[in-house]
Write a protein that binds this ligand. Sequence first.
Ligand code: NAP
Length: 248
Amino acid sequence: MSDQEDKKIALVTGAGRGIGKAIALSLAGEGYHIICVSRSESSCGAVAEEIVSSGGSAEAHALDVSDASAVEKTCEALLEKHGLINILVNNAGITKDNLVFRMGEEDWDAVLNTNLKSVFTFTKYLARPMTRKRWGRIINIASVIGLTGNAGQANYSAAKAGIIGLSKSLAKEFAARNVTVNVVAPGFIETDMTSILSEEQKTAILGVIPMKRMGTASDIANITTFLASNKSDYITGQVFTVDGGMVM
Ligand code: NAP
C-alpha cells in the first residue's frame, strides 16, 4: 500500500494467542494496521508489539468481548480515532464442555455470549461505516462442531451454528453495499484450546481426519487473509471448512 490514507485497518478479536494471533500476524504482513483485541493486555499487547517490532503497524485493546457495553465503548472510541475499520475478524472463543444434564446455566451463557453475542455486537457497531464506504470484510471463525454437533459441547455447537446463521443473514443485509460476510469453520487446530485433549482423544481425532494431522493456526490465517483481500470480492455468505477433509 503506497499511501497512509489507503492503509486498511483490521480488528481481530482473540488476537492474543492461537488462531487469532496467526491471523493478526498474517494480516499485518499484508500491510494492514491491526487492532488486536483479547481478554488480557499481556497477550494482545505482546502481539501488537511483535507486529510493530517487525515493521508493521498495530495497537492493542484488552476487552471482554462478551460484555456488550464494553464492546460498544471500545468501538465508539476506535471509530472516533480511525473513522473506519475495514476488516473485522470475529475470532475470540472459549469452550466450557459438559454433558447437557451437568451443564450449568453460567457455562451456557459464557460460551454463547463470548462466541456468538460478540459477533453481533462488534458487527452492529463496526459495519455501518463499512456500508457507507461501500467496502468491508467480516470474517467469523466458527467450527466444524457448529456443522456436526458434538456430545459434551451443546453450548459451543449452538454458538458456532448460530454464527453460521447470523453470518448468512448479515451477508444478505450488507451484500448490496459491497460488505462481505463469510465464515471459516476450523477442524482440530493445534492451539492452547486443544492442548487440553488427552493423547487418547488426540488419537481418536486423528482417526477421523483423512489428512491424518491436526491443522495449524496458519492454515486458518491463510484463508482468512484471502477472504480479507480484494481477491475474494464476489464471495459472501459462505462457510469454509478447513479440517483436513474431516467433514465433507
Ligand atoms: P485460544 O488459543 O484459546 O485463544 C483464544 C483467544 O480468544 C485468546 O486470545 C483469548 O484472550 C481470547 N478470548 C477468549 N475469551 C475472550 C473474551 N471474553 N474477551 C476477549 N478475548 C477473549 O483459542 P484458539 O484455539 O486460537 O481458537 C480461536 C477461535 O477458533 C475460537 O473461536 C475457537 O472456537 C475457534 N476454533 C478453534 C479450534 C481449535 O481446534 N483450536 C477449532 C475450531 C474452532 P487471552 O489471550 O487474553 O486469554
